[in-house]
Design a protein around this ligand. Structure first.
Ligand code: ADP
Length: 363
């Protein structure tokens, strides 16, 4: 398959945005008479433009790449495989999926359970990393890999690999005493440490896929206990990679963060109260903190507001500086999603306008 762009090669020190429009689902509609999405747009024909027509008004956007509904999981992976590979070369990599609930974030990240061709970018990335690890062995490279998976719900971290089922997600123990929330620290070498978070040594993609299953079970347990929808929380998968070349003594430390963000949809202001309102406020706060951080980095501001949300504080060492960030903005083509799609496209356009330059001190 011929590549249209070699965008990834330019990724160093930059944030890139890929837009993916999922296919219409059976009960959805999109017609030229109503609100609809078209691509590539009339101004761009290289798979970078997308138009959204809402109430007769055309809004045009350009990103590093636009994937139409026909794009397969393989098409997507071809475009990001070099980025994933760079974690083995010692880069800190973050790949986000942003969009309203139902726009295809989880499909993009995880894929369709049980369908091999529809595997998402998390399983594909892991297979590639472990294959490359093997192919680098003859050159003297030895790698150690560690996985952790967590969820951030209402600004609270939940360890998805914890085997302690009795207290995974509530902040009070059975006797009512508060449990110390996971605290996030950054050590001198710029690594993130989350207190008490389960970190598992892994030697194969298969081992990681077992852990992914465990995490997904743990997410659904949380769902019933807290009446929580997984779409209301951020899912953060982290692979830490330490490599040493036994012939040359060269060392590398890379990180691959793959993040399925909480649904970006707004709730109607009138209808949301109680827990739902609290959830929405927490999601809005962390999503806007993420864009604030990206803008502050882009503008090389002295103060980057990493501490404004758990998500940005957790990812602080992996955003900006010498790291590589890619954001997928997932879009539903359904006419009734037009206003949410427009919000997502605008958010992504602002992010895409950012170029994160020189390495900076972590504050
Ligand atoms: P989100 O994670 O954003 O809430 P999902 O990934 O669950 O959304 O996608 C919503 C529905 O659309 C699911 O049934 C999913 O299988 C389907 N879907 C999403 N993207 C695609 C795609 N590219 N091709 C086929 N089906 C898709």
């Amino acid at each position: 398959r011929k590549k249209l762009h070699n965008t990834i090669l330019e990724l160093k020190g930059n944030i890139r945005v890929f837009c993916r429009v999922r296919p219409l689902l059976p009960d959805e509609r999109s017609s030229p008479e109503g609100n609809f999405i078209s691509y590539p747009s009339s101004v761009e024909s290289l798979g970078r433009g997308i138009d959204l027509v809402q109430n007769g008004q055309r809004h045009s956007f350009t990103y590093d790449k636009v994937f139409s509904p026909e794009a397969t999981q393989e098409d997507i992976f071809v475009e990001i495989s070099q980025l994933v590979q760079s974690a083995l070369d010692g880069y800190k990599v973050c790949i986000f999926a942003y969009g309203q609930t139902g726009s295809g974030k989880t499909y993009t990240m995880m894929g369709q359970p049980g369908l091999l061709e529809e595997k998402g970018l998390i399983p594909r990335s892991l297979e590639q990393i472990f294959q490359t690890r093997q192919s680098l062995q003859p050159q003297g490279w030895k790698y150690e890999m560690q996985v952790s998976m967590l969820e951030i719900y209402n600004e609270t971290i939940r360890d998805l690999l914890s085997t302690n089922r009795s207290t995974p997600d509530v902040l009070r123990a059975e006797n009512g005493s508060p449990i110390k929330p996971y605290s996030i620290k950054h050590d001198a070498s710029g690594n993130t440490q989350v207190s008490d978070l389960t970190v598992v040594d892994v030697r194969s993609a298969r081992e990681v896929s077992f852990l992914l299953e465990q995490a997904s079970r743990s997410r659904s347990v949380g769902k019933t206990q807290m009446n929580e929808q997984s779409s209301r929380s951020h899912f953060v998968f982290t692979l830490k990679i330490s490599g040493i070349n036994e012939s040359t003594d060269q060392q590398v430390q890379g990180i691959l963060n793959l993040i399925d963000l909480a649904g970006s949809e707004r709730l109607s202001k009138s209808g949301s109260t109680g827990d739902r309102l609290k959830e929405t406020q927490a999601i809005n706060r962390s999503l806007s903190s993420l864009s604030d951080v990206i803008f502050a980095l882009a503008k090389k501001e002295e103060h980057v507001p990493f501490r404004n949300s758990k998500l940005t504080y957790l990812l602080q060492p992996c955003l900006g500086g010498d790291s590589k960030t890619l954001m997928f903005v997932n879009i539903s083509p359904d006419s009734s999603s037009a206003s949410e799609s427009l919000c997502s496209l605008r958010f992504a356009a602002r992010v895409n306008a950012c170029e994160i330059g020189t390495p900076r001190r972590l504050t």
